[in-house]
Design a protein around this ligand. Sequence first.
Ligand SMILES: [Zn+2]
Length: 257
Amino acid sequence: MIIHPIKAFSDNYIWAIHQKKDAGLIVVDPGDAKPVIAYINANGLRLDAILITHYHHDHIGGVNELKNKYHCPVYGSSYDNLECCDHYLSDQDRLNLWSGQLNFELLHVPGHTLGHIAYHDSQKKLLFCGDTLFRAGCGRMFEGEPEQFYNSLKTLANLPIDTQVYCTHEYTLSNLAFAQHIEPSNHDIKQLLQECKALREKDLVTLPSNLASELKCNPFLRCHIPSVSESVKQLANVNVKKEYEIFASMRRLKDNF
Ligand SMILES: [Zn+2]
């Protein structure tokens, strides 16, 4: 199975899933129709479905144009209830595509937005998580409470460690710079930063990630580690105890980093 990042805007990736050339295609979060149409034409593909993680414009901006042109079904969050969707998905719903070749379990992961959903295929070990979990970081907390967002991230962190993580933005280098700020002596972060810098110098994509790497390098998944929480407390000058409070302080530090 080919999972290709179609570049959009300055740092978005629209994930294109297909078997080979001249076959069916599924796209995730098409914020812009033009690069998707170009990809379809270049590879002789047939658009079979659109999956949406949340309502932000850079994730849905191309949906209506693609839908009108290719008449494919659109799947999205029942909590967002977007007009452009044909099927509304809720936590733990199943979505079978291509006669079960893809079999997603839906996860409701509020935090970046309240209605945010993620698509997890446990057989293929794939996770499409939009703007919740990034490589070495997480999305901004636009809606909801820190405890909600932290619980969503824990839900994702508890998936099998060989799960491939497909997020929507190329924020890896700035996320790793922040990760290093939190954990200056973490060698996994240092090494990953070198690897990702080398990729970006060649204009290559730093995704997908995998959960094993995230658990070692993503500070937002490491709030339970004493050295991480101590570092956050010092840098933010706060005296908090609960993991989600550490997460909230860390998120604020990142917002101003
Ligand atoms: Zn977003």
